[in-house]
Design a protein around this ligand. Sequence first.
Ligand code: PMP
Length: 372
Amino acid sequence: MSWKSHIVRKSLADVEPYRPGKPISEVQRELGLQSAIRLCSNENPWPLPEKVLEAVRASSEEICRYPDPASYRLKRAIAMKWGRSPSEVIVGAGTEGILYSLFQSIIDEGDEVAYAVPTYPMYGLAAAAAGAKRIEIRTEWDGGGSCIDRLADACGPRTKALVICNPNNPTGTIMNRADLTALANSLNGRETLLILDEAYAEYVEDPKFASGIDLFDQLGNVVMIRTFSKIYGLAALRVGYAIAPKPVVETYLKVRKVFEVNSIAQNAALAALSETAYIQEVRERTLAERERMSNALRDMGIHVQPTQTNFIILDFPNARTVFENLLMEGIIVRLGDDLGFPGHLRVTVGLPEENDLFLQGLGKVLKRIAGR
Ligand code: PMP
């Protein structure tokens, strides 16, 4: 065996790196395009409120100093928002940063992390990075409760965490209150944390949705993760948070990267947290645009799945061909194959002018493909 195959971690042999949505600059460079639009990463594209921009400007004057490792002010504001103690709050570098450190802090050799697929690929990657065995449970994600027993049954004595993405990326569906409660109850008393990734919760309309915070209050073996990357519009700053049981927070603090949340991110997130009118407005505009796009897509004869998020799932048996043709038009969407969801494209609801460009471009592409 050469030193090269000897030196790398064997448990990572079957791990594929994360395939992110392409940056605009990369698409322009590769395809020689003057312009491109990015509807592949479910960001909030609306302009940020002035107070948040002001916080960014003010904090940028302090960048020669290390950030506050405790994120003291932000942590207190988050604790207040959810009626919890700051000792139950984790502030980290986005959902991604939190998951990596969280798994590292709970996984012992031989432990497992389970998650329902198709879902956000980061759960499997963070689990693999922590050396956990990955248990993937295939679910229909159709809003039906049929998968609850299977999810609970998949969790054995070595399963340290079951991750549920609610609403789920890429399907856009929710696990409703009754199912979530049943699942949480069946894990209660076992040694499995129920981790709820609620990155898209602010967009949900369905009254049957329940946040993990309600379960946290009742049960305790629950971690709720939220991010500032979506409706709060701070994706580039890498900041998110979790509400977690105190012992979990304490252990987490032993392995997390101490200065991973920079001061610009902390202060922008703090400012964004109190911009409730802005959040409400972004939500309404996004939902209205989503409705407009969905109707236009249905008029084009495309099957659009119901969604509780800021993205739309389109059914295309030839999704890869449509995806590649859209790229050539400078329209970046997400290929379902990269998310374990072949036969679909995921399109973020963008600004109205971006959505118009997408609809026009898709019409053109579909005609071109049909003419072949
Ligand atoms: N969770 C899910 C389910 C997501 O789709 C995304 C965005 N890709 C995130 C979290 C955001 O991750 P982060 O907070 O690390 O930006």
